[in-house]
Design a protein around this ligand. Structure first.
Ligand code: FAD
Length: 551
Protein backbone atom coordinates (compact mmCIF):
# COMPACT_ATOMS: atom_id res chain seq x y z
CA UNK A 1 0.00 0.00 0.00
CA UNK A 2 1.49 3.31 -0.94
CA UNK A 3 1.01 6.38 1.24
CA UNK A 4 -1.62 8.82 -0.04
CA UNK A 5 -0.42 11.76 2.01
CA UNK A 6 1.59 12.98 4.98
CA UNK A 7 -0.24 14.51 7.95
CA UNK A 8 0.95 18.08 8.19
CA UNK A 9 -0.31 21.46 9.38
CA UNK A 10 -2.38 19.95 12.23
CA UNK A 11 -1.97 21.10 15.83
CA UNK A 12 -0.88 18.53 18.41
CA UNK A 13 -3.32 17.84 21.27
CA UNK A 14 -3.39 20.61 23.88
CA UNK A 15 -2.57 18.27 26.77
CA UNK A 16 0.15 17.71 29.34
CA UNK A 17 0.11 21.18 30.86
CA UNK A 18 -0.92 22.88 34.11
CA UNK A 19 -4.36 24.36 33.48
CA UNK A 20 -4.11 26.59 36.53
CA UNK A 21 -0.80 28.19 35.58
CA UNK A 22 -1.76 28.53 31.92
CA UNK A 23 -4.01 31.56 32.56
CA UNK A 24 -2.38 35.01 32.66
CA UNK A 25 -4.45 36.45 35.54
CA UNK A 26 -5.51 33.52 37.70
CA UNK A 27 -2.49 33.08 39.99
CA UNK A 28 -2.44 36.81 40.78
CA UNK A 29 -6.17 36.86 41.48
CA UNK A 30 -5.89 33.84 43.78
CA UNK A 31 -3.18 35.55 45.83
CA UNK A 32 -5.00 38.90 45.89
CA UNK A 33 -8.18 37.29 47.22
CA UNK A 34 -6.33 35.54 50.06
CA UNK A 35 -5.75 32.10 48.55
CA UNK A 36 -2.07 32.38 47.69
CA UNK A 37 -1.30 29.50 50.05
CA UNK A 38 -3.25 27.22 47.70
CA UNK A 39 -1.17 27.91 44.61
CA UNK A 40 0.68 24.60 44.85
CA UNK A 41 -2.54 22.63 45.24
CA UNK A 42 -4.13 24.47 42.33
CA UNK A 43 -1.12 23.76 40.13
CA UNK A 44 -1.06 20.11 41.14
CA UNK A 45 -4.71 19.72 40.19
CA UNK A 46 -4.13 21.82 37.06
CA UNK A 47 -1.41 19.41 35.95
CA UNK A 48 -3.57 16.37 36.71
CA UNK A 49 -6.57 17.73 34.80
CA UNK A 50 -4.22 18.57 31.93
CA UNK A 51 -3.13 14.97 31.44
CA UNK A 52 -4.27 12.93 28.42
CA UNK A 53 -5.92 10.46 30.83
CA UNK A 54 -8.13 13.14 32.32
CA UNK A 55 -9.22 14.40 28.89
CA UNK A 56 -10.01 10.78 27.95
CA UNK A 57 -12.07 10.15 31.09
CA UNK A 58 -14.00 13.36 30.42
CA UNK A 59 -14.85 12.20 26.90
CA UNK A 60 -15.77 8.70 28.09
CA UNK A 61 -18.00 9.97 30.89
CA UNK A 62 -19.97 12.00 28.34
CA UNK A 63 -20.13 9.38 25.59
CA UNK A 64 -21.28 6.70 28.04
CA UNK A 65 -24.18 8.48 29.65
CA UNK A 66 -25.56 7.47 33.06
CA UNK A 67 -28.23 4.77 32.89
CA UNK A 68 -31.27 4.51 35.11
CA UNK A 69 -31.77 1.14 36.77
CA UNK A 70 -35.28 1.10 38.19
CA UNK A 71 -35.52 -2.58 39.21
CA UNK A 72 -33.25 -5.47 40.04
CA UNK A 73 -33.56 -8.74 38.15
CA UNK A 74 -36.15 -10.03 40.64
CA UNK A 75 -38.45 -7.09 40.07
CA UNK A 76 -37.64 -5.14 43.22
CA UNK A 77 -37.37 -1.38 42.79
CA UNK A 78 -33.83 -0.16 43.24
CA UNK A 79 -33.85 3.32 41.66
CA UNK A 80 -30.13 3.50 41.06
CA UNK A 81 -28.05 5.24 38.41
CA UNK A 82 -25.29 3.34 36.70
CA UNK A 83 -22.25 5.45 35.74
CA UNK A 84 -19.26 4.68 33.53
CA UNK A 85 -16.04 4.06 35.50
CA UNK A 86 -14.58 7.24 33.96
CA UNK A 87 -17.24 9.30 35.75
CA UNK A 88 -16.21 7.75 39.05
CA UNK A 89 -12.57 8.61 38.31
CA UNK A 90 -13.54 12.27 37.80
CA UNK A 91 -15.63 12.33 40.98
CA UNK A 92 -12.89 10.65 42.96
CA UNK A 93 -10.38 13.31 41.89
CA UNK A 94 -12.76 16.14 42.78
CA UNK A 95 -13.54 14.74 46.23
CA UNK A 96 -9.97 13.75 47.10
CA UNK A 97 -8.89 17.32 46.34
CA UNK A 98 -11.59 18.68 48.64
CA UNK A 99 -13.36 20.65 45.91
CA UNK A 100 -16.64 20.02 47.80
CA UNK A 101 -15.25 20.60 51.30
CA UNK A 102 -12.37 23.10 51.35
CA UNK A 103 -14.41 26.21 52.32
CA UNK A 104 -15.23 24.54 55.65
CA UNK A 105 -11.80 23.15 56.38
CA UNK A 106 -10.45 26.54 57.52
CA UNK A 107 -12.13 29.52 59.17
CA UNK A 108 -13.89 32.05 56.92
CA UNK A 109 -11.57 34.77 55.67
CA UNK A 110 -8.63 32.38 55.43
CA UNK A 111 -8.95 32.03 51.67
CA UNK A 112 -10.12 28.40 51.69
CA UNK A 113 -13.20 29.32 49.70
CA UNK A 114 -11.03 31.09 47.14
CA UNK A 115 -8.67 28.14 46.78
CA UNK A 116 -11.61 25.80 46.38
CA UNK A 117 -13.07 28.03 43.68
CA UNK A 118 -9.78 27.99 41.78
CA UNK A 119 -9.82 24.18 41.91
CA UNK A 120 -13.45 24.13 40.78
CA UNK A 121 -12.52 26.38 37.85
CA UNK A 122 -9.74 23.98 36.84
CA UNK A 123 -12.15 21.00 36.81
CA UNK A 124 -14.74 22.88 34.79
CA UNK A 125 -12.28 23.51 31.99
CA UNK A 126 -12.34 19.91 30.89
CA UNK A 127 -15.46 18.24 32.33
CA UNK A 128 -18.11 20.57 33.74
CA UNK A 129 -21.00 18.09 34.14
CA UNK A 130 -19.65 16.06 37.06
CA UNK A 131 -19.12 19.25 39.07
CA UNK A 132 -22.90 19.57 39.55
CA UNK A 133 -23.08 17.27 42.62
CA UNK A 134 -19.75 18.68 43.83
CA UNK A 135 -21.27 22.17 43.73
CA UNK A 136 -24.42 21.10 45.55
CA UNK A 137 -22.41 19.28 48.22
CA UNK A 138 -20.33 22.39 48.93
CA UNK A 139 -23.35 24.64 48.88
CA UNK A 140 -25.68 22.61 51.08
CA UNK A 141 -23.71 23.29 54.27
CA UNK A 142 -24.90 26.83 55.17
CA UNK A 143 -28.52 25.86 54.47
CA UNK A 144 -28.34 22.62 56.46
CA UNK A 145 -26.98 24.56 59.43
CA UNK A 146 -30.50 25.96 59.89
CA UNK A 147 -31.03 22.63 61.68
CA UNK A 148 -27.94 22.35 63.90
CA UNK A 149 -28.61 18.80 65.00
CA UNK A 150 -28.98 17.49 61.42
CA UNK A 151 -25.94 19.52 60.37
CA UNK A 152 -23.96 18.02 63.25
CA UNK A 153 -24.90 14.51 62.20
CA UNK A 154 -24.39 14.93 58.42
CA UNK A 155 -21.48 17.36 58.09
CA UNK A 156 -18.69 14.91 58.86
CA UNK A 157 -19.82 12.77 55.92
CA UNK A 158 -20.51 15.76 53.65
CA UNK A 159 -17.03 17.15 54.29
CA UNK A 160 -15.20 13.83 54.05
CA UNK A 161 -12.55 13.65 51.34
CA UNK A 162 -13.38 10.08 50.42
CA UNK A 163 -15.65 9.25 47.50
CA UNK A 164 -18.07 6.38 48.01
CA UNK A 165 -20.69 5.92 45.29
CA UNK A 166 -22.53 3.12 47.17
CA UNK A 167 -25.77 4.12 48.83
CA UNK A 168 -25.92 3.75 52.60
CA UNK A 169 -27.09 5.31 55.85
CA UNK A 170 -25.65 8.76 56.53
CA UNK A 171 -25.67 10.65 59.80
CA UNK A 172 -26.09 7.64 62.08
CA UNK A 173 -23.49 5.54 63.94
CA UNK A 174 -21.88 2.97 61.64
CA UNK A 175 -23.15 4.78 58.54
CA UNK A 176 -21.34 5.85 55.38
CA UNK A 177 -18.21 7.91 55.87
CA UNK A 178 -18.97 10.25 52.99
CA UNK A 179 -22.02 11.80 51.36
CA UNK A 180 -22.96 13.74 48.26
CA UNK A 181 -25.90 16.15 48.30
CA UNK A 182 -28.49 17.41 45.82
CA UNK A 183 -31.52 19.67 45.82
CA UNK A 184 -35.11 19.45 44.61
CA UNK A 185 -37.08 22.63 44.10
CA UNK A 186 -38.38 22.62 40.52
CA UNK A 187 -41.78 21.04 39.87
CA UNK A 188 -43.76 20.66 36.63
CA UNK A 189 -45.98 23.65 37.25
CA UNK A 190 -43.19 25.99 38.33
CA UNK A 191 -39.44 26.24 38.63
CA UNK A 192 -38.55 29.90 39.03
CA UNK A 193 -41.71 30.45 41.03
CA UNK A 194 -41.19 27.76 43.64
CA UNK A 195 -44.07 29.12 45.68
CA UNK A 196 -46.28 27.11 43.32
CA UNK A 197 -44.80 23.82 44.62
CA UNK A 198 -47.56 21.29 45.23
CA UNK A 199 -45.55 18.65 47.11
CA UNK A 200 -46.85 18.42 50.64
CA UNK A 201 -45.21 17.50 53.92
CA UNK A 202 -47.22 16.39 56.94
CA UNK A 203 -45.65 16.36 60.42
CA UNK A 204 -45.31 12.90 61.95
CA UNK A 205 -47.52 12.85 65.05
CA UNK A 206 -45.46 12.72 68.23
CA UNK A 207 -42.12 13.26 66.45
CA UNK A 208 -39.76 15.35 68.52
CA UNK A 209 -37.06 15.75 65.86
CA UNK A 210 -38.95 17.52 63.09
CA UNK A 211 -39.84 14.44 61.06
CA UNK A 212 -42.46 14.74 58.29
CA UNK A 213 -43.84 12.61 55.45
CA UNK A 214 -43.47 14.14 52.00
CA UNK A 215 -45.64 13.30 48.99
CA UNK A 216 -45.26 14.83 45.55
CA UNK A 217 -42.84 15.08 42.67
CA UNK A 218 -39.82 16.99 41.44
CA UNK A 219 -39.48 17.68 37.72
CA UNK A 220 -35.73 18.30 37.69
CA UNK A 221 -33.45 16.83 40.32
CA UNK A 222 -29.87 16.49 39.24
CA UNK A 223 -27.55 13.84 40.58
CA UNK A 224 -30.30 11.59 41.95
CA UNK A 225 -27.66 9.12 43.19
CA UNK A 226 -26.80 11.60 45.95
CA UNK A 227 -27.12 10.47 49.56
CA UNK A 228 -29.39 13.33 50.58
CA UNK A 229 -31.30 16.28 49.17
CA UNK A 230 -32.70 19.53 50.38
CA UNK A 231 -36.25 19.72 49.03
CA UNK A 232 -39.08 22.20 49.25
CA UNK A 233 -42.65 21.21 50.08
CA UNK A 234 -45.80 22.77 51.47
CA UNK A 235 -46.04 22.18 55.22
CA UNK A 236 -48.98 23.38 57.34
CA UNK A 237 -47.12 26.67 57.91
CA UNK A 238 -46.20 27.22 54.24
CA UNK A 239 -43.34 26.35 51.91
CA UNK A 240 -40.63 24.67 53.95
CA UNK A 241 -37.19 23.14 53.42
CA UNK A 242 -36.53 19.49 54.31
CA UNK A 243 -33.64 17.06 54.34
CA UNK A 244 -34.53 13.93 52.41
CA UNK A 245 -32.11 11.02 52.83
CA UNK A 246 -31.93 8.30 50.16
CA UNK A 247 -31.47 5.60 52.81
CA UNK A 248 -33.28 5.77 56.14
CA UNK A 249 -31.52 5.45 59.49
CA UNK A 250 -32.69 1.79 59.75
CA UNK A 251 -31.00 0.97 56.42
CA UNK A 252 -34.17 0.72 54.33
CA UNK A 253 -34.59 2.81 51.16
CA UNK A 254 -36.61 5.98 51.46
CA UNK A 255 -39.75 6.20 49.34
CA UNK A 256 -38.17 7.88 46.32
CA UNK A 257 -38.78 6.66 42.78
CA UNK A 258 -36.68 7.89 39.89
CA UNK A 259 -39.25 8.12 37.07
CA UNK A 260 -36.75 8.78 34.30
CA UNK A 261 -33.53 10.57 33.48
CA UNK A 262 -33.71 13.73 31.39
CA UNK A 263 -32.48 13.45 27.80
CA UNK A 264 -30.43 16.67 27.81
CA UNK A 265 -28.73 18.86 25.20
CA UNK A 266 -25.45 18.67 27.10
CA UNK A 267 -24.33 18.08 30.68
CA UNK A 268 -24.40 14.44 29.62
CA UNK A 269 -22.07 12.97 32.21
CA UNK A 270 -24.39 14.26 34.92
CA UNK A 271 -27.70 12.51 35.56
CA UNK A 272 -30.76 14.75 35.97
CA UNK A 273 -34.00 13.09 36.94
CA UNK A 274 -37.70 13.26 37.65
CA UNK A 275 -38.47 12.06 41.15
CA UNK A 276 -41.64 10.85 42.81
CA UNK A 277 -42.04 10.78 46.59
CA UNK A 278 -44.74 8.72 48.35
CA UNK A 279 -44.76 9.57 52.01
CA UNK A 280 -40.99 9.88 51.96
CA UNK A 281 -39.34 10.43 55.34
CA UNK A 282 -37.98 13.97 55.64
CA UNK A 283 -36.68 16.19 58.41
CA UNK A 284 -37.39 19.91 58.62
CA UNK A 285 -34.53 22.35 58.01
CA UNK A 286 -35.43 25.86 59.22
CA UNK A 287 -38.88 27.01 60.23
CA UNK A 288 -42.13 26.16 58.50
CA UNK A 289 -42.89 28.79 55.89
CA UNK A 290 -39.19 29.76 55.59
CA UNK A 291 -38.38 27.31 52.81
CA UNK A 292 -37.12 29.82 50.26
CA UNK A 293 -35.14 31.79 52.84
CA UNK A 294 -33.50 28.55 54.00
CA UNK A 295 -32.65 26.98 50.66
CA UNK A 296 -31.43 30.29 49.19
CA UNK A 297 -28.34 29.80 51.37
CA UNK A 298 -27.61 26.79 49.17
CA UNK A 299 -28.61 28.50 45.94
CA UNK A 300 -26.19 31.38 46.60
CA UNK A 301 -23.33 28.90 46.51
CA UNK A 302 -24.52 27.11 43.40
CA UNK A 303 -24.93 30.48 41.66
CA UNK A 304 -21.28 31.27 42.35
CA UNK A 305 -20.47 27.86 40.89
CA UNK A 306 -22.37 28.79 37.72
CA UNK A 307 -19.97 31.72 37.35
CA UNK A 308 -17.00 29.45 38.01
CA UNK A 309 -18.31 26.81 35.61
CA UNK A 310 -18.69 29.09 32.60
CA UNK A 311 -15.45 30.93 33.32
CA UNK A 312 -13.58 27.62 33.27
CA UNK A 313 -15.33 26.52 30.08
CA UNK A 314 -14.58 29.83 28.35
CA UNK A 315 -10.93 29.63 29.47
CA UNK A 316 -10.55 26.21 27.92
CA UNK A 317 -12.40 27.13 24.70
CA UNK A 318 -10.28 30.21 24.03
CA UNK A 319 -7.07 28.34 24.87
CA UNK A 320 -8.06 25.65 22.39
CA UNK A 321 -8.75 28.33 19.76
CA UNK A 322 -5.47 30.15 20.30
CA UNK A 323 -3.48 26.89 20.42
CA UNK A 324 -4.91 25.77 17.12
CA UNK A 325 -4.22 29.14 15.48
CA UNK A 326 -0.62 29.06 16.69
CA UNK A 327 -0.08 25.73 14.89
CA UNK A 328 -2.18 26.04 11.76
CA UNK A 329 -1.17 27.90 8.61
CA UNK A 330 -3.38 29.16 5.80
CA UNK A 331 -2.69 31.49 2.92
CA UNK A 332 1.03 31.53 3.59
CA UNK A 333 1.17 32.19 7.31
CA UNK A 334 0.10 31.07 10.78
CA UNK A 335 -3.53 31.84 11.60
CA UNK A 336 -2.33 33.41 14.84
CA UNK A 337 -0.44 36.03 12.79
CA UNK A 338 -3.40 37.05 10.62
CA UNK A 339 -4.72 40.46 11.70
CA UNK A 340 -8.38 39.48 11.57
CA UNK A 341 -7.79 36.28 13.55
CA UNK A 342 -5.83 38.34 16.09
CA UNK A 343 -8.87 40.57 16.42
CA UNK A 344 -11.08 37.51 17.11
CA UNK A 345 -8.67 35.96 19.66
CA UNK A 346 -8.01 39.29 21.38
CA UNK A 347 -11.71 40.03 21.63
CA UNK A 348 -12.47 36.59 23.08
CA UNK A 349 -9.57 36.83 25.52
CA UNK A 350 -10.87 40.15 26.87
CA UNK A 351 -14.12 38.50 27.95
CA UNK A 352 -12.32 35.51 29.45
CA UNK A 353 -10.06 37.76 31.51
CA UNK A 354 -12.99 39.93 32.58
CA UNK A 355 -14.95 36.85 33.68
CA UNK A 356 -11.91 35.51 35.54
CA UNK A 357 -11.52 38.68 37.59
CA UNK A 358 -15.25 38.90 38.33
CA UNK A 359 -15.27 35.27 39.43
CA UNK A 360 -12.30 35.62 41.76
CA UNK A 361 -13.49 38.91 43.25
CA UNK A 362 -16.86 37.32 43.97
CA UNK A 363 -15.14 34.29 45.44
CA UNK A 364 -13.19 36.56 47.80
CA UNK A 365 -16.45 38.21 48.85
CA UNK A 366 -17.92 34.77 49.66
CA UNK A 367 -14.83 34.01 51.75
CA UNK A 368 -14.99 37.24 53.74
CA UNK A 369 -18.78 37.75 53.92
CA UNK A 370 -19.25 35.87 57.23
CA UNK A 371 -16.85 38.34 58.92
CA UNK A 372 -17.40 41.56 57.00
CA UNK A 373 -20.87 43.12 56.50
CA UNK A 374 -19.61 45.25 53.59
CA UNK A 375 -18.46 42.12 51.78
CA UNK A 376 -21.78 40.41 52.60
CA UNK A 377 -23.69 43.34 51.07
CA UNK A 378 -21.43 43.28 48.03
CA UNK A 379 -21.83 39.53 47.64
CA UNK A 380 -25.62 39.88 47.72
CA UNK A 381 -25.71 42.05 44.61
CA UNK A 382 -22.53 40.92 42.87
CA UNK A 383 -23.63 37.27 42.72
CA UNK A 384 -26.61 37.80 40.38
CA UNK A 385 -24.72 40.45 38.37
CA UNK A 386 -21.83 38.06 37.73
CA UNK A 387 -24.13 35.08 37.19
CA UNK A 388 -26.18 36.97 34.63
CA UNK A 389 -23.33 38.25 32.50
CA UNK A 390 -20.80 35.42 32.59
CA UNK A 391 -23.34 32.68 31.92
CA UNK A 392 -24.90 34.67 29.06
CA UNK A 393 -21.64 35.30 27.21
CA UNK A 394 -20.42 31.70 27.52
CA UNK A 395 -22.24 30.29 24.50
CA UNK A 396 -20.98 33.07 22.21
CA UNK A 397 -17.40 32.67 23.42
CA UNK A 398 -17.42 28.90 22.95
CA UNK A 399 -19.14 29.12 19.57
CA UNK A 400 -16.61 31.60 18.21
CA UNK A 401 -13.70 29.60 19.67
CA UNK A 402 -15.03 26.53 17.89
CA UNK A 403 -14.98 28.38 14.59
CA UNK A 404 -11.30 29.29 15.09
CA UNK A 405 -10.56 25.57 14.67
CA UNK A 406 -12.49 25.41 11.42
CA UNK A 407 -14.01 21.99 10.74
CA UNK A 408 -11.89 20.34 13.45
CA UNK A 409 -13.74 22.45 16.01
CA UNK A 410 -17.06 20.86 15.06
CA UNK A 411 -15.75 17.36 15.73
CA UNK A 412 -16.20 15.79 19.16
CA UNK A 413 -12.52 15.00 19.71
CA UNK A 414 -11.73 18.71 19.78
CA UNK A 415 -13.73 19.00 23.10
CA UNK A 416 -15.43 22.15 21.76
CA UNK A 417 -18.75 20.44 20.89
CA UNK A 418 -18.96 19.21 24.48
CA UNK A 419 -18.24 22.69 25.86
CA UNK A 420 -20.74 24.16 23.40
CA UNK A 421 -23.54 21.80 24.47
CA UNK A 422 -22.75 22.61 28.08
CA UNK A 423 -22.57 26.36 27.53
CA UNK A 424 -26.25 27.39 27.97
CA UNK A 425 -27.07 25.38 31.08
CA UNK A 426 -25.53 27.65 33.69
CA UNK A 427 -27.69 30.49 32.40
CA UNK A 428 -30.84 28.37 32.84
CA UNK A 429 -30.50 26.58 36.16
CA UNK A 430 -30.09 28.29 39.54
CA UNK A 431 -32.22 31.15 38.22
CA UNK A 432 -32.67 31.82 34.51
CA UNK A 433 -31.56 35.16 33.01
CA UNK A 434 -34.71 37.19 33.64
CA UNK A 435 -35.11 35.86 37.14
CA UNK A 436 -31.51 36.74 37.93
CA UNK A 437 -31.82 40.23 36.44
CA UNK A 438 -34.96 40.80 38.52
CA UNK A 439 -33.06 39.59 41.58
CA UNK A 440 -30.58 42.42 41.03
CA UNK A 441 -33.49 44.89 41.01
CA UNK A 442 -34.80 43.28 44.20
CA UNK A 443 -31.41 43.76 45.88
CA UNK A 444 -31.27 47.38 44.68
CA UNK A 445 -34.81 48.09 45.88
CA UNK A 446 -34.94 46.23 49.16
CA UNK A 447 -31.38 46.21 50.41
CA UNK A 448 -29.98 49.76 50.35
CA UNK A 449 -26.53 48.56 51.43
CA UNK A 450 -26.23 46.47 48.29
CA UNK A 451 -26.15 49.39 45.82
CA UNK A 452 -23.70 51.28 48.04
CA UNK A 453 -21.43 48.24 48.29
CA UNK A 454 -21.48 47.81 44.53
CA UNK A 455 -20.66 51.46 43.88
CA UNK A 456 -17.91 51.41 46.50
CA UNK A 457 -16.38 48.50 44.62
CA UNK A 458 -16.40 50.46 41.35
CA UNK A 459 -14.98 53.60 42.95
CA UNK A 460 -11.82 51.73 43.91
CA UNK A 461 -10.90 52.03 40.23
CA UNK A 462 -11.66 55.75 39.95
CA UNK A 463 -8.90 57.84 38.44
CA UNK A 464 -7.52 54.91 36.42
CA UNK A 465 -9.30 55.71 33.17
CA UNK A 466 -11.38 58.73 32.13
CA UNK A 467 -13.96 56.74 30.18
CA UNK A 468 -14.34 54.32 33.08
CA UNK A 469 -14.86 57.24 35.50
CA UNK A 470 -17.60 58.59 33.24
CA UNK A 471 -19.23 55.15 33.04
CA UNK A 472 -19.19 54.84 36.84
CA UNK A 473 -20.88 58.25 37.06
CA UNK A 474 -23.63 57.37 34.61
CA UNK A 475 -24.16 53.96 36.22
CA UNK A 476 -24.49 55.64 39.62
CA UNK A 477 -27.43 57.67 38.26
CA UNK A 478 -28.92 54.63 36.53
CA UNK A 479 -28.85 52.58 39.74
CA UNK A 480 -30.86 55.33 41.43
CA UNK A 481 -33.34 55.91 38.58
CA UNK A 482 -33.81 52.49 36.94
CA UNK A 483 -34.04 50.12 39.89
CA UNK A 484 -37.82 49.88 39.47
CA UNK A 485 -37.81 49.33 35.70
CA UNK A 486 -38.56 45.63 35.29
CA UNK A 487 -38.50 45.75 31.50
CA UNK A 488 -35.08 47.40 31.55
CA UNK A 489 -33.52 45.00 34.08
CA UNK A 490 -31.29 43.13 31.62
CA UNK A 491 -29.92 46.36 30.19
CA UNK A 492 -29.06 47.69 33.64
CA UNK A 493 -27.49 44.43 34.85
CA UNK A 494 -25.39 44.08 31.70
CA UNK A 495 -24.12 47.61 32.24
CA UNK A 496 -23.31 46.84 35.88
CA UNK A 497 -21.32 43.77 34.86
CA UNK A 498 -19.37 45.58 32.16
CA UNK A 499 -18.45 48.54 34.35
CA UNK A 500 -17.46 46.23 37.21
CA UNK A 501 -15.36 44.07 34.88
CA UNK A 502 -13.68 47.17 33.42
CA UNK A 503 -12.96 48.43 36.95
CA UNK A 504 -11.24 45.16 37.84
CA UNK A 505 -9.27 44.96 34.60
CA UNK A 506 -8.09 48.58 34.90
CA UNK A 507 -6.81 47.81 38.41
CA UNK A 508 -5.47 44.30 38.06
CA UNK A 509 -4.64 43.51 34.42
CA UNK A 510 -1.91 44.98 32.20
CA UNK A 511 -2.93 48.41 30.91
CA UNK A 512 -3.47 47.21 27.33
CA UNK A 513 -6.16 44.81 28.56
CA UNK A 514 -8.04 47.39 30.62
CA UNK A 515 -7.73 49.96 27.82
CA UNK A 516 -9.05 47.56 25.20
CA UNK A 517 -11.96 46.43 27.35
CA UNK A 518 -12.96 50.02 28.09
CA UNK A 519 -12.58 51.05 24.44
CA UNK A 520 -14.62 48.14 23.11
CA UNK A 521 -17.26 47.65 25.84
CA UNK A 522 -17.74 51.02 27.54
CA UNK A 523 -16.74 53.76 25.06
CA UNK A 524 -18.96 52.13 22.44
CA UNK A 525 -21.30 49.14 22.63
CA UNK A 526 -19.62 45.87 21.65
CA UNK A 527 -20.78 44.34 18.38
CA UNK A 528 -22.97 41.27 18.48
CA UNK A 529 -20.06 39.07 17.43
CA UNK A 530 -16.38 38.66 18.33
CA UNK A 531 -13.53 40.05 16.23
CA UNK A 532 -14.99 43.54 16.21
CA UNK A 533 -12.41 45.40 18.31
CA UNK A 534 -11.95 48.97 17.09
CA UNK A 535 -8.81 50.24 15.32
CA UNK A 536 -5.70 51.22 17.22
CA UNK A 537 -5.58 48.44 19.84
CA UNK A 538 -2.49 46.18 20.20
CA UNK A 539 -4.21 43.13 18.73
CA UNK A 540 -1.12 40.93 18.46
CA UNK A 541 -0.23 41.50 22.13
CA UNK A 542 -3.79 40.88 23.29
CA UNK A 543 -4.21 37.79 21.13
CA UNK A 544 -0.94 36.35 22.44
CA UNK A 545 -2.46 36.42 25.94
CA UNK A 546 -4.94 33.78 24.76
CA UNK A 547 -2.14 31.21 24.34
CA UNK A 548 -1.91 28.72 27.21
CA UNK A 549 1.15 29.71 29.27
CA UNK A 550 3.75 27.06 29.86
CA UNK A 551 2.84 24.89 26.88
C1 FAD B 1 -29.89 20.24 33.28
C2 FAD B 1 -30.77 20.79 34.33
C3 FAD B 1 -30.64 20.36 35.63
C4 FAD B 1 -31.45 20.88 36.63
N1 FAD B 1 -31.29 20.43 37.92
C5 FAD B 1 -32.12 20.89 38.89
C6 FAD B 1 -32.00 20.42 40.23
O1 FAD B 1 -31.12 19.63 40.56
N2 FAD B 1 -32.89 20.85 41.14
C7 FAD B 1 -33.87 21.74 40.83
O2 FAD B 1 -34.65 22.10 41.71
N3 FAD B 1 -33.99 22.23 39.57
C8 FAD B 1 -33.14 21.82 38.60
N4 FAD B 1 -33.26 22.30 37.32
C9 FAD B 1 -34.37 23.18 37.00
C10 FAD B 1 -33.98 24.62 36.79
O3 FAD B 1 -33.48 25.18 37.96
C11 FAD B 1 -35.23 25.33 36.24
O4 FAD B 1 -35.48 24.80 34.96
C12 FAD B 1 -35.07 26.82 36.21
O5 FAD B 1 -35.01 27.33 37.51
C13 FAD B 1 -36.22 27.51 35.43
O6 FAD B 1 -37.44 27.07 35.90
P1 FAD B 1 -38.55 26.54 34.89
O7 FAD B 1 -37.91 25.48 34.03
O8 FAD B 1 -39.75 26.13 35.64
O9 FAD B 1 -38.88 27.75 33.95
P2 FAD B 1 -39.91 28.95 34.26
O10 FAD B 1 -39.87 29.29 35.69
O11 FAD B 1 -41.20 28.61 33.66
O12 FAD B 1 -39.22 30.12 33.42
C14 FAD B 1 -39.28 30.16 32.00
C15 FAD B 1 -38.65 31.47 31.55
O13 FAD B 1 -39.40 32.55 32.07
C16 FAD B 1 -38.54 33.49 32.71
N5 FAD B 1 -39.25 34.12 33.81
C17 FAD B 1 -39.71 33.57 34.96
N6 FAD B 1 -40.28 34.49 35.73
C18 FAD B 1 -40.22 35.66 35.07
C19 FAD B 1 -40.67 37.00 35.34
N7 FAD B 1 -41.25 37.30 36.49
N8 FAD B 1 -40.42 37.95 34.42
C20 FAD B 1 -39.79 37.67 33.26
N9 FAD B 1 -39.37 36.44 32.96
C21 FAD B 1 -39.57 35.44 33.84
C22 FAD B 1 -37.34 32.68 33.17
O14 FAD B 1 -36.18 33.52 33.28
C23 FAD B 1 -37.21 31.67 32.04
O15 FAD B 1 -36.45 32.23 31.00
C24 FAD B 1 -32.43 21.83 36.31
C25 FAD B 1 -32.56 22.28 35.00
C26 FAD B 1 -31.74 21.78 34.02
C27 FAD B 1 -31.90 22.28 32.61
Amino acid sequence: MSETHAVTNQASPMEGYDLFAADPLMAGALAREGGGWGTKEASALGALVGTPDYYRWAAQANRNEPLLVTHDRYGNRVDEVDFHPAYHSLMDIAVIHGVHSLPYERPPGDGARVVRDALMWVLNQVEPAHTCPISMTTSVVPALRANPSLAGAWEPAILSRSYDPQLGVVGAPGGKASALMGMGMTEKQGGSDVRTNTSTAAPVAGSDDGEYRLTGHKWFTSAPMCDGFLVLAQAPGGLTCFLLPRILPDGSPNSIEIQRLKDKLGNRANASSELEFREAHVWRVGDEGRGVATIIEMVNGTRLDCVIGVTGQMRQAVHQAAWHCAHRSAFGGLLADKPLMQNVLADLELDVEAATLLMMRLSGAFDRAPLDPAEAAFRRIATPVAKYWTTKICTGVVRESMECLGGNGYVEESILPRLFRESPVNAIWEGSGNVIALDVLRALGREPGAADAFLAELRRAEGGDRQLDASIESLTSALASDAGDEAGARRLVERMALVWAAALLVQFAPSEVGDAFVASRLAEPHGLLYGTLPRGLPLATLAARAQPLGL
